[in-house]
Design a protein. Structure first.
Length: 318
């Protein structure tokens, strides 16, 4: 199965640049940006595409969703060439600027024309970044929601409870980045295990959703990892009973017992909706950093994550 991961704009590119390519077997990465200077910063040996390549650099309009959409459309032949034969396109972007949301929506539209499932993983600006970026982020989210098969937002304000322990916003952004990276790996594994049709059926259940993950260093620690996932800041406070579809990727160093997997799925069914469509992928990865990593893709109109005060970690520390 072939997954195309597109890092859009500065933030999307910064996130995807951290992706270990060995975790994406048979996958491909593309950096796409309207800014040639940002593209030059991307790792060598990975595909790069300047959107609006015929537009002189001095005429590039930054923080403009409409310009970014036109720039992507201008590169339609090059983008469609990459989309053909792809089983899943993952669009990674930050929504505070223009390129991520504007170009992302345009590329999602191209993928839909070609029958390729598209999932947008987008970070929403911190409220303290200013009203302009927040408003632009909201417009960008609406565009993505309309164009992509599924848009998964990461509302970074949900991380502000860490501000007393983290000295810089950049460090909080890195926490959000890690969620996106785990989501990319989980989506690729889910597609490999369940096939394109299975994934398409999942994303067809709703246009928006949420993502969570948790880990355990215990060989039989699936239940523990699941509890950490369900308490993570991006799903804490969501209306999980409104879940329309659920994709569960269970990565483990050793083969999981059927009973343990069954209990975990039953726990999820009790927490979410009994009517939710379920796609589960237990996969053995001997090279995994933790004994167990479980990631959850929940689709549906689930609301906004809660503001919390306690420290969250993806698994047991120390």
């Amino acid at each position: 199965m072939r997954t195309l991961v597109v890092g859009l704009g500065r933030r999307g590119g910064d996130v995807v640049a951290k992706l270990p390519l060995e975790r994406l077997p048979d996958g491909e990465v593309l950096f796409a940006d309207t800014d040639p200077e940002d593209l030059e910063r991307r790792p060598e040996g990975v595909s790069r595409l300047r959107l609006g390549s015929q537009v002189p650099e001095e005429e590039v309009t930054r923080n403009d969703l409409a310009f970014a959409a036109r720039a992507a459309e201008a590169e339609r032949p090059a983008l469609e060439e990459r989309l053909v034969g792809t089983d899943l396109v993952v669009l990674v972007a930050g929504l505070g600027g223009g390129t991520g949301a504007g170009a992302g929506a345009a590329i999602a539209g191209m993928a839909r024309d070609l029958g390729v499932p598209s999932i947008a993983l987008v970070t929403r600006p911190f409220s303290l970044e200013g009203e302009d970026r927040v408003r632009r982020g909201l417009r960008g989210y609406r565009r993505s929601d309309e164009a992509a098969d599924l848009t998964v937002p990461f509302a970074q304000d949900a991380l502000l409870h860490l501000v007393s322990r983290v000295t810089r916003i950049r460090e909080l952004m890195s926490v959000a980045d890690e969620f996106v990276l785990v989501a990319i790996e989980g989506l690729h594994a889910l597609t490999e295990h369940s096939g394109r049709e299975g994934l398409q059926a999942l994303v067809d259940t709703a246009s928006t959703g949420a993502f969570a993950y948790g880990v355990s260093d215990e060989t039989r620690g699936l239940g523990e990892a699941l509890e950490y996932a369900l308490s993570c800041p991006f799903v804490d406070g969501l209306s999980l009973r409104k879940t329309s579809g659920l994709g569960v990727t269970i990565l483990s160093r050793e083969t999981m017992e059927e009973g343990e997997v069954g209990r975990a799925l039953a726990r999820l069914a009790a927490t979410t909706s009994t009517d939710a469509g379920l796609l589960a992928a237990p996969i053995v990865r001997p090279e995994l950093d933790h004994a167990v990593l479980v990631s959850l893709l929940l689709t549906g109109d689930l609301g906004e994550p809660a503001t919390r005060q306690d420290l969250w970690v993806p698994g047991p520390s120390g």
